[in-house]
Design a protein around this ligand. Sequence first.
Ligand SMILES: *Cc1c(COP(=O)(O)O)cnc(C)c1O
Length: 376
Amino acid sequence: MKRIHYTKPSVGELELDYVTDAVRNGWGECCYDYIHRLQKDFAGYLGVDHAVATSSCTGALHLGLRALGIGPGDEVILADINWIASAAPILYVGATPVVVDILADCWCLDPDAVRAAITPRTRAILAVHLYGNLAALEALQAIADAHGLALIEDAAEALGSIYKGHMAGSLSTFSVFSFHGTKVMTTGEGGMLATDDAELARRVEQLNNHGRAAGDMRQFWPSELGHKYKMSNLQAALGCAQLERIEELVQRKREIFARYQHQLTAALPGVYMNPEPEGCRNSYWMPTLVLPSNSPVAMPAVLERMRQAGIDARIFFQPLSDTPVFAGLDNRKTPVAHDLATRSFNLPSYHDLSVEDQQYVIATVVAAVRAEGENA
Ligand SMILES: *Cc1c(COP(=O)(O)O)cnc(C)c1O
């Protein structure tokens, strides 16, 4: 049986050309050429001054938190619904993650919950733009300003989303992105940190170079303990090609989403999908279907029917506070996060998904939800 994957990259001739060139020629004095070009082009795309390429988004976030001097005794507020990659770096630097609830419509941080969680130890708000949806950046920035906090965007899932005329990832102290093979654009593995703050960018680059200061003429001389989360020139070549195609990649995501939304919300009363608020563009990294709150349909049974039909559907992220890594956190204060996690799932959305295959996915979802509704 054919299997429909939930995501995989779109790679064509341009990618082959650039990577081949990097393999053939990207050594010696050219060994950073694609890295520098990707950083410059990426900063240009976002409309920010600085971008630093990394080996992952996780690494970029780790560097950024260290560059801000966040460490033991400090608290960072984030949403309870998240992939571990957004939260783990907070633990790496010895700070304390504080999880709060999400808004039911956008699945991102609830600003009121953020405000209520602020203590004298709070240093930063980490806004993750979940599944391409945009966090309430204006409200979060106002809270950050009022309390002297950094606002960090984890825009790993929102490359190409636009918030009131500004690219996601351009409206915070710094932002981070992922180029993992499942994301809107890929370098295989890879990430980026973006910021308008020249000094922060310099700190991040130094930390990413084992703590060696730029311009220090002494060889093998770290001036502090750093890290090494570098992207290779080969990966950057792939990234340059993908970034040239970014608007095409985003448009494809949007077409796929529109087809799902149009047909699924018509066929299944009460379901809803990723929102696109007035004045914003959602790049719809991951089309996500939310079953009605009063629905008797058991989501695991729907996903099992899809699996049997050869379709990858994924459950929503799980509340961090339920996982063993965050066992110390109180998991009773995030009812919206817990509720959505039981009735939401992602649908296949890779760029090359054919209309025929997408119609098969739609028909299977509709049949599965109806059948489980009758079973209930
Ligand atoms: C994918 C993802 C990450 C992790 O990215 P890596 O490049 O795998 O480290 C971090 N945050 C979010 C929101 C993600 O979706």
